[in-house]
Ligand binder design. Structure first.
Ligand code: UD1
Length: 417
């Protein structure tokens, strides 16, 4: 696996365009199965998770090709409703094919995704909802076998506003008979992007961004062209990278409304932020201040996907800060790596207490998951000497070119395979 070498101590300055959204495009790629036609996905990020999705699409019979930053998928040739086990293991969010393949072909076989570095990630809410749409589900030898003679709209209340479950229900309900209503739906911007994509191919979905989503089943769908929304987590990651180096940056292709929870915390640490229609400017203070508490929550709360990067920033502030991770049970794999670099962090269950203001020192650390890996690169930007972040593959699951982007802003990062 590749490694990143980061020489710390460089201030980030300048301007950068943010890539298209990973968490928006993954469900959209699964949704391309539904139209049995061509989908043009513009500003599709060239990341490892997208490659895995492409491999799944090809394995079930789609033809897929790139034209610049546009991914073109033809799903008229789908010949299998079985999602290969090795690819589901590579990327947990491939469980999103459950809804789309089932919605289109009334049958799907997919392996059970199991746990992941963030702790247990159950899919009980997904399966319970699909049963309400009329799906018969068998779980055998680690596989989930779903079948329905027909899918029928239903009223579904989610016990938790799960992003994945909301997406799977939307995908399964688009071609179902009658109306489906999801109560306590996830409100993430990526859900709205999926709604826009589905409506672009002729679906009748409304209510995304609120906690009630309505899907009126339609008989058929057609060709679609769609531009993916900007990646709010990549934007947040780069703003924090600038803040930790006491830098000054402007990010373009950003939807400021999507990152208000992150902006609010960056203001608390003392950054000056200026928002425009599709861009954000940040200037960091000379001395960063600690924050009382960062609590991860479903959108519009502070994103769990930004918790690790925020922690790196808080190691550099004056005073003690607290982070509480309420979404995932064990999303603190980056803590011991940050401590190896000299950070003072105490874990008490889901809470992390960060005593800021100590110097970090470059050493070899390991990226155990995507965002935790990004957090280590951020820490490396201010550590004394060279930080080696192993496990580059995890980071490349979601960042198109983190080394090149940060180097453009003045960092000194190189990658070795
Ligand atoms: C989560 C994030 C999403 C992020 C994505 C990628 C939240 C709420 N969701 O989405 O913003 O983009 O990771 O990192 O922040 N759960 C169940 N049963 C289920 C499904 C979920 O108990 O069937 C629980 C999980 O254990 C977890 C929580 O719900 O505690 C998070 O759920 P969910 O939103 O489904 O996770 P993702 O879809 O992976």
């Amino acid at each position: 696996m590749g490694k990143f070498y980061i020489d710390g101590g460089k201030r980030l300055e300048g301007s950068l365009r943010v890539q298209g959204g990973k968490n928006a495009v993954l469900p959209i790629l699964a949704a391309t199965v539904l139209n049995g036609d061509i989908s043009y996905i513009k500003d599709c990020p060239k990341i490892l998770d997208v490659s895995t999705m492409i491999n799944i699409l090809k394995s079930i019979g789609c033809s897929v090709k790139w034209e610049g930053k546009t991914l073109i998928i033809d799903s008229s040739t789908v010949s299998s409703y079985e999602v290969p086990e090795n690819l589901v293991r590579e990327m947990r969010s491939s469980i999103i094919f459950l809804g789309s393949v089932l919605g289109k072909y009334k049958k799907v076989i997919i392996s059970y995704p199991g746990g992941c570095p963030l702790g247990p990630r159950p899919i009980d809410l997904h399966l319970k909802a699909l049963k309400q749409l009329g799906v018969k589900i068998k779980e055998e030898h680690g596989f989930i076998i779903c079948e329905a003679s027909k899918l029928t709209g239903a009223k579904i209340h989610l016990d938790f506003p799960s992003v994945g479950a909301t997406e799977n229900i939307m995908l399964a309900a688009v071609l179902a008979e009658g109306k489906t209503v999801i109560y306590n739906a996830a409100k993430e911007p990526e859900i709205k992007d999926l709604q826009d994509f589905l409506n672009g191919m002729g679906a009748k979905v409304s209510g995304a961004s609120t906690d009630i989503i309505t899907i009126e089943g339609v008989k058929s769908l057609h060709k679609v062209e769609h531009k993916v929304i900007p990646d709010r987590i990549v934007a947040g990651t780069y703003l924090i990278a600038a803040a930790i180096t006491k830098g000054e940056v402007k990010l373009t292709n950003v939807e400021p409304n999507h990152i208000q929870a992150i902006i609010s915390k960056l203001k608390e640490v003392g950054c000056k932020i200026h928002e425009e229609k599709n861009s954000v400017y940040l200037k960091a203070p000379k001395n960063l201040k600690s924050v009382d508490i960062v609590r991860t929550q479903p959108y519009p709360g502070f994103p769990t996907d930004m918790q690790a990067q925020m922690m790196s920033l808080l190691t550099m502030t004056k005073g003690t800060s607290i982070i509480t991770e309420t979404v995932f049970e064990s999303r603190y794999k980056h803590v011991e790596e940050l401590m190896r670099m000299g950070a003072d962090i105490t874990l008490e269950g889901r809470t992390a207490i960060i005593k800021g203001g100590l110097d970090l020192t470059g050493t070899t650390v390991y990226a155990k998951d995507l965002r935790g890996g990004a957090a280590l690169i951020i820490a490396g930007l201010v550590a004394k000497g060279t930080t080696i972040v192993e496990g580059a593959k995890h980071i490349e699951r979601g960042y198109e070119r983190i080394d090149k982007d940060l180097n453009l802003l003045g960092a000194s990062i190189r990658k070795e395979n």
